[in-house]
Design a protein around this ligand. Structure first.
Ligand code: HEC
Length: 268
């Protein structure tokens, strides 16, 4: 599996300078569909090592982090996020919960954690530690059905807020998320845009995040997608793990309920 992952990476590195039009689209699609060849597995392996490493002022690992199913229970936890957490009195997604655990268990400050959220693909950077750990924890829900609880009053309220935000036009272009994501068959250049109100479409989308993005050469997570779409809307950078991002992600996740995680995903 690892050998195949590396060989794909090499193939892509050599293929990159060619115009995409010259490469066979069928070959490209076939490579994307071969799960064992997903370079995201290498990132997940690194994420696991980082997750179990003792770090921070408290010299602790993250193995006791509670993602909703109990301390240290990772299997299936991502499939039931976002959810309400008593200790923080907030609805949290995987990414914001991971930050809470790093602060609480390891004694690392939020400012320090947020200094470097994402790899910069223009600099050919490798995934950040944070991205790698998110990929690892999420991968423990591979094969499981998306099933956020939506029972607690705050879970319901946050999902409702997310849907309202989805429709709210704002920013210099006066776009809402719905401008691009509420109809079948919409495109920006060659990229087809998910219709959040088409169950099959949103399930296929959400079940494959975190995802290895071939054009970035790294694994991206839903927080990055929220940041990227806010960039599409030309708004200021949206804060990592902020209540606004969690609300949007709660809404998107609930729309995709019942879909089966196929992780890590692989996309353009
Ligand atoms: C100007 C159009 C535009 C707006 C507005 C926009 N997006 Fe996007 N969105 C895109 C593009 C382009 C992609 C990437 C498609 C690709 O690369 O295949 C994308 C991708 C996504 C994806 C991942 C789709 C997948 O197949 O994995 C999600 C989820 C998403 N957007 C949600 C949102 C949310 C939530 C908002 C509002 C905060 C939003 N988008 C606003 C253009 C937009």
């Amino acid at each position: 599996m690892k050998f195949k992952a590396i060989s794909l990476g090499v193939a892509l590195a050599f293929a990159a300078p060619l115009a995409w039009g010259e490469a066979s689209v069928a070959d490209y699609r076939a490579a994307l569909a071969d799960k064992d060849a997903n370079p995201g597995f290498l990132v997940i392996d690194r994420g696991e090592i980082l997750f179990k490493e003792k770090r921070g002022l408290k010299n602790a690992s993250l193995e006791k982090c509670d993602f909703g199913l109990g301390a240290g229970k990772l299997k299936g936890a991502y499939a039931q996020l976002p959810r309400y957490f008593k200790d923080t009195d907030q609805v949290q997604d995987l990414e914001s919960r991971l930050v809470s655990c790093m602060v609480k268990l390891q004694g690392i400050s939020e400012d320090e954690i947020k200094q470097k959220l994402y790899a910069d693909q223009r600099q050919n950077e490798n995934n950040t530690d944070l991205e790698a750990m998110v990929a690892y924890v999420a991968s423990q829900s591979d094969g499981m059905k998306i099933n956020p609880p939506l029972k607690h009053a705050k879970e319901k309220a946050v999902r409702e807020l997310g849907e309202a935000m989805f429709w709210r036009r704002h920013g210099p272009m006066d776009f809402s998320c719905a401008t691009c994501h509420n109809e079948d068959g919409k495109r920006v250049r060659l990229q087809s845009l998910v219709n959040v109100y088409n169950a099959k479409d949103i399930q296929a989308t959400m079940t494959t995040w975190p995802t290895y993005r071939v054009s970035h050469g790294v694994v991206r997570n839903m927080q990055h997608r929220m940041w990227d779409c806010h960039w599409q809307m030309r708004t200021p950078d949206i804060d990592y793990g902020s209540p606004a991002t969690v609300a949007l992600i709660s809404f998107l996740t609930s729309q995709a309920k019942g879909g089966t995680y196929d992780l890590p995903g692989i996309k353009r």
